[in-house]
Ligand binder design. Structure first.
Ligand code: HEM
Length: 316
């Protein structure tokens, strides 16, 4: 992705929605060589991606890496992105957005599951005992980009030039420019309870119709929909979008039905505001009803630096 406003090369943050994705979160160990191993692996990430993507150019392979706040200084030795900090728990009256550990996130995407698998295999070979895996979730595309609740997910994402302006840090934080904040949360759903709700009620919770994905009007007062709670304006009345690439995951055999939420943003405060509105509610007390059927098991924040910064890591 190239941005008019960002002269350096970002990572493939805006890679297209794919059929398959792996969300790999790892922690860096205290092994004496760990930092150096991770640094050289990240510096070579682009070559590693090429090893795999060339094997089927039509499969839209892409991998972006995010670096967590706790490891940023020792790993990069570079100025910290202005807003970078660990995920802050959000405690509402009924539901909590938990904060869980993780130093690195690899968001691996492709039309083909085998390419994601192969990349993850080669990556783990390189990282070896420099990391321990916190979570590895394999997501899949479900029909017409639906989540397992049955709704089309991702419609309001920015498109075209609105992508870099929503997602990439620019002149406001020069040393972090071309990078992007990432928030992930792994949710599981109580599908049984969700299915007992009439479709009309489900639609009110989401803020769109189920079959045709048509936007419903915002509620004038009282309980707001997921869509409305996640529409964020700043004090000047400007609306701030984020880029989501959520994926269903799970296994009917073990009664696991989930959504892996991933949001990329130029301004971390925007996603934090969304979480506050969802979990605490707006007005406070009227939380996002989606949470009565969806429980976050994880919550972690990362910063995906520009590709240029990643490539420079080895020589530091
Ligand atoms: C259980 C997890 C989640 C599910 C199943 C889910 C599903 C959906 C669906 C179906 C829509 C409507 C279609 C669309 O525009 O994409 C939507 C909209 C949206 N969601 Fe979520 N979502 C989840 C979690 C989150 C979280 C944690 C955030 C932010 C922190 C978020 C932010 C948004 C935003 C920004 C929109 C678009 C609002 C607009 O219309 O401007 N979602 N989500």
């Amino acid at each position: 992705m190239s941005s008019q406003r960002v002269p350096i090369e970002p990572q493939r943050v805006d890679a297209p929605l794919t059929q398959s994705a792996t969300f790999l979160v790892v922690s860096v160990t205290s092994n004496p060589d760990a930092i150096q191993t991770v640094r050289s692996t990240l510096a070579g990430l682009d070559s590693l991606a090429k090893n795999v993507s060339i094997r089927d150019l039509g499969a839209q392979f892409a991998c972006t890496v995010g670096i967590g706040s706790d490891i940023w200084d020792s790993l990069t030795g570079l100025p910290r992105p202005a807003e970078l900090h660990s995920f802050r728990e959000v405690k509402g009256a009924k539901h909590t957005a938990v904060s869980t550990p993780g130093d690195l996130l690899f968001h691996i995407r492709s039309e083909r599951r085998d390419l994601c698998f192969e990349f993850e295999r080669q990556l783990m070979d390189l990282l070896g005992d420099a990391v321990t895996v916190v979570d590895a979730t394999v997501g899949f595309r479900y029909f017409d980009v639906r989540d397992l609740l049955g709704f089309v997910d991702g419609t309001a994402n920015p498109v075209g030039p609105a992508v870099p302006s929503s997602v990439l840090v620019a002149e406001e934080d020069a040393s972090a420019s071309g990078g992007s904040y990432i928030v992930v949360q792994k949710y599981t759903h109580d599908l049984h309870a969700w299915k007992t709700l009439p479709v009309e009620q489900q639609e009110k919770i989401i803020g769109r119709t189920k079959l045709e994905n048509v936007e419903l009007d915002d509620a004038e007062s009282g309980q707001r929909s997921h869509k409305t709670l996640n529409t964020i304006e700043d004090e000047a009345g400007n609306e701030h979008d984020i880029l989501r690439d959520n994926m269903p995951f799970g296994s009917p055999g073990s009664a696991e039905f989930g959504t892996y939420f991933i949001g990329y943003t130029r301004r971390l405060w925007v996603i934090e505001k969304m979480l506050e509105r969802m979990f605490v509610g707006d007005p406070p007390g009227l939380h996002d009803r989606l949470l009565d059927f969806s429980k976050p098991l994880t919550g972690t924040t990362f910063f995906a630096p520009s590709a240029s910064l990643l490539a420079s890591l080895e020589s530091d």
